[in-house]
Design a protein around this ligand. Structure first.
Ligand code: UP5
Ligand code: MG
Length: 190
């Protein structure tokens, strides 16, 4: 029997909207492999790769790393992942990212989760995280929010038109939010 392509869910939302937190819960419940594009890029910086300083500068400015770099990291992680269910967290962040993924991977995602959260709540969460991320400061958070509205919302709109978007109310406790997520993922998998 021919191997069918994996089930891929993109997980989108502004900075601090809860993507990473909810992905961990989805992994526990549904056995996905979680690929955070931001984590893959931070690992590139930490491993002293030739792109490391360019990636660090881009993240400090809240801008978007060139698609070819991010897509290559995602592709390699999917090949190494040996799973038939992947969460791709924090990607694609622009229409250009989306086009590059679809061209290189040759498939569209099966579903797109979008955590809808007010800006003041996202700012509060990011600034109280305290994990030493170079972009968790007021100046960079403002830039991340602007890039999100200008470049990521059009991607969300694209998948809404295609009927693939599952918009989740991103307010309340992490457990309350996961109840909404669980229903959406369960429905998409059956
Ligand atoms: N928290 C979570 N849920 C909560 C809740 N319900 N109530 C109260 N607190 C809650 O959560 C953020 C914080 O809030 C945590 O402390 C958490 O405990 C708490 P988290 O789940 O981490 O939110 P998340 O949406 O994952 O926030 P994150 O800051 O990771 O989102 P970003 O999209 O800003 O960051 P990412 O790592 O994806 O990208 C960072 C940068 O990398 C980008 O700005 C960009 O420069 C670059 N990048 C690219 O260039 N290309 C890519 O494809 C991806 C990234
Ligand atoms: Mg995250």
């Amino acid at each position: 029997e021919r191997k069918s392509h994996p089930f891929v869910a993109f997980v989108l939302g502004g900075p601090g909207s809860g993507k990473g937190t909810q992905c961990m819960k989805i992994v526990e419940t549904f056995g996905f492999t979680h690929l955070s594009a931001g984590d893959l890029l931070r690992k590139e910086i930490a491993s002293n790769s030739e792109n490391g300083s360019m990636i660090l500068d881009t993240i400090k400015e809240g801008k978007i790393v060139p698609s070819e770099v991010t897509v290559r990291l995602i592709q390699a992680a999917m090949e190494a992942g040996r799973n038939d269910r992947f969460l791709i967290d924090g990607f694609p962040r622009s229409e250009e990212n989306r086009a590059a993924y679809e061209r290189v991977i040759g498939a569209e995602p099966d579903m797109v989760l979008f955590f809808d959260c007010p800006e003041n709540e996202m700012v509060k969460r990011v600034l109280s995280r305290n994990e030493g991320r170079v972009d968790d400061n007021m100046d960079t958070v403002k830039k991340r929010l602007r890039v999100f509205s200008e470049l990521n919302l059009p991607v969300i709109e694209h998948y809404s038109i295609k009927g693939k978007l599952r918009k989740i109310d991103g307010t309340g406790s992490a457990d309350e939010i996961f109840e909404r997520v669980r229903s959406a993922v369960f429905a998409a998998l059956r």
